[in-house]
Write a protein that binds this ligand. Structure first.
Ligand SMILES: *[C@@H]1O[C@H](CO)[C@@H](O)[C@H](O)[C@H]1NC(C)=O
Ligand SMILES: *[C@@H]1O[C@H](CO)[C@@H](O)[C@H](O)[C@H]1NC(C)=O
Length: 429
């Protein structure tokens, strides 16, 4: 007994010593290597955005010291690059393209014949929007940016700068003032989609993203996954719970709260009519991967037009519009109504970590929660990349800048690997 007690004591002593040593190492690094931001080692030494001195392979491998280092960075430096930073950078387009490596993106034969379209509905954090576009950039893709009419002048100028510098990035011709849970969010995407249909680029699939998304796959990998879909659409579409049904059985109204900028959607007691054309309702998320044929159909269908009009006064129509349309009999890439629910974990479009499912379906959030959704931290890098989804939500450089930097690095690394393996044609920026 005494012997094992002593052993226990010694074990504890050794453990404390190790912990103490680790702490010393961490404190040392805090003072000497994390302190000032390193100028980025990007091409030609042009300083673009903040980067941190961290070993992303070690983060991926979950080395405790490196993860500890990321925690210190997170605590110390929660400043974001300002919108002005992007305005400044895009003043000189050739410099911008060079410094952000847009001129170094190559195309494999496989990508060449399979252009993608993006609808980006954004309202703040210009630098993150640019980093998102850069991460999914390919010169033969097309990108539509819808910014909110309420966005700041700086944000709008930065988006205009981006669109001016990159020939395949444009601003939606019609812009909405987007209010939470109202039809305006859906209309923002619809505005982009109709512009995208008019573009010369014969894109095969369209993906919509928001400012807090980030990709988990390179363009080459996405193209190869999308080819496998064979014209099918990929999105969440499930039968509505009784609670969710309330979102479209009652009439909702946008009401002013203090100012015109603070309109909120409020439920009324007024019952709505049943959906037109006997449409059966499904629910899902606002985010999708849809085929060109499907969008062409949506654009010209009278049934869809009536359904959109009927959805005007529902709660968060973006979360039932696509989920319902994709189940309509006969639409291109149809998901038959008889087919089981496609949940957010089955659909690969977007990996979202919900607070109440942590430790049941997935490991806990290592960042922070906002409205029960996880903003990812660095220690989730491996989980994110290995889960199988194509995009994830949410990321915020103010919560954890390391996870974003490391995903960027990892994707660039993979892109290089694929390109060196395939025959590529490089288009100069
Ligand atoms: C933008 O450029 C101006 C003038 O060139 C400079 O004074 C300002 O500090 C820059 N702002 C940022 C955020 O880089
Ligand atoms: C833009 O940047 C390039 C460097 O890539 C430089 O040679 C050129 O003079 C700059 N143009 C202007 C107008 O400042």
């Amino acid at each position: 007994m005494r012997c094992s007690f002593l052993r226990l004591r010694r074990k504890q002593y050794v453990l404390s010593l190790v912990l103490l040593l680790t702490l010393c190492v961490l404190l040392f690094m805090q003072n000497y290597s994390v302190g000032p931001l390193l100028p980025s080692a990007l091409p030609d030494d042009i300083q673009t955005f903040r980067t941190y001195n961290i070993d992303c392979s070690a983060i991926y491998d979950m080395y405790p010291v490196e993860v500890g280092k990321s925690l210190i960075i997170r605590r110390k430096q929660n400043v974001e690059d300002t919108d002005e930073r992007l305005i400044n950078l895009t003043i000189n387009c050739s410099l911008f393209i060079k410094s952000r490596g847009y001129d170094k993106v190559c195309l494999t034969e496989e990508e060449k014949d399979f252009p993608l379209a993006y609808s980006l509905v954004v309202h703040k954090s210009a630098v993150m929007v640019e980093r998102l576009i850069r991460a999914v950039y390919s010169p033969n893709n097309i990108y539509c940016i819808h910014y909110d009419q309420k966005s700041s002048a700086q944000f709008i100028a930065a988006m205009d700068g981006l669109a001016q510098c990159l020939p395949n990035v444009f601003i939606a011709s019609k812009r909405e003032t987007v209010y939470y849970a109202s039809i305006t969010r859906l209309k923002a995407d619809l505005n982009c989609l109709s512009d995208l249909l008019e573009s010369k680029v014969q894109w095969k699939y369209v993906i919509n993203l928001c400012g807090q998304d980030f990709p988990l796959r390179t363009n080459i990998e996405l193209v190869s996954e999308l080819k496998k879909l064979n014209g099918k659409n990929m999105l969440e579409t499930t039968r509505p719970s009784e609670q969710k049904k309330g979102r479209f059985t009652f009439h909702y109204e946008l009401k002013d709260v203090n100012s015109a900028f603070k309109k909120t959607l409020q439920k009324t007691e007024q019952l709505k009519t049943l959906p037109p054309h006997g449409i059966e309702m499904f629910v899902g998320s606002a985010y999708f991967v849809l085929s060109r044929d499907f969008i062409v159909h949506v654009d010209s269908s009278v049934v869809v037009k009536d359904f959109l009009a009927w959805s005007e006064d529902t709660y968060s129509p973006d979360e039932h519009f696509w989920a319902t349309l994709v189940r309509l009999p006969g639409v291109p890439g149809e998901v038959p109504r008889s087919q089981p629910d496609i949940t957010d974990l089955k659909s690969k479009t977007k990996l979202v970590k919900w607070h109440y499912l942590e430790e049941k379906l997935y490991p806990p959030c290592t960042g922070q929660h906002v409205r029960s959704v996880c903003i990812y931290g660095a220690a989730e890098m491996r989980w994110l990349l290995n889960y199988g989804h194509w995009f994830a939500n949410k990321f915020d450089p103010k919560v954890d800048p390391i996870i974003i930097q490391c995903l960027e690095e990892k994707l660039k690394e993979r892109q290089k690997l694929f390109q060196s393996a395939a025959s590529t044609t490089c288009r100069k920026g």
